[in-house]
Ligand binder design. Structure first.
Ligand code: SF4
Ligand code: SF4
Length: 160
């Protein structure tokens, strides 16, 4: 039955010739990404207490949290940084955070020409988070509604 197998193989090959290619010219061209795809890490300042659990859970040591106590007993987040040059997107920080302040989602854009651009500080992370919420009706990747309206989101977006 060699002849049948070859004909079947050739038919499959022939069919592929007329299909549209599945590949896209990334990063210039980006596919539509489902809202809950594990594309990146989003950090939501308004949910974060500065407890550093995420930093302790990260096996690569790419999260830096620096805090100082405030008179009312909270922690002011002086620095919050994620070094995506080291991150392997394992999601352990997401699982560890007790407040769901860091969640998987966001842009699929970690293809860069300058490696250092993959280090993001509080400001860059806040901008990313606001852009995400702006594009998703103020709904976090986990499906919860963010606790502010569009006006406040726009104001914070401008600050970031
Ligand atoms: S996804 Fe993994 S490697 Fe990246 S910051 Fe979180 S714990 Fe660290
Ligand atoms: S992101 Fe979560 S685990 Fe990390 S400091 Fe903020 S509240 Fe704590």
């Amino acid at each position: 039955m060699y002849g049948f197998g070859i004909a079947k193989g050739m038919a499959t090959t022939f069919k592929q010739l007329f299909r549209r290619p599945f590949t896209v010219q990334f990063p210039e061209e980006v596919r539509t990404i489902p809202a809950r795809a594990r594309t990146n890490l989003l950090w939501f300042d308004e949910r974060c207490t500065g407890c550093s659990t995420c930093a302790q859970a990260c096996p690569d040591g790419c999260i830096l949290v620096e805090t100082r106590p405030t008179p009312d007993g909270r922690l002011e987040k002086v620095r919050y940084e994620i070094d995506f040059r080291l991150c392997m997107y394992c999601g352990l920080c997401v699982e560890a955070c007790p407040y769901e302040a860091i969640q998987a989602g966001g842009p699929l854009d970690d293809a860069v020409y300058v490696f250092d651009h993959m280090w993001r500080d509080k400001r860059a992370l806040t901008r990313m988070a606001r852009e995400y919420l702006g594009a998703h009706d103020n709904v976090y990747p986990n499906g919860m509604k963010a606790p502010f309206d569009d006006d406040r989101a726009e104001a914070v977006r401008q600050i970031a």
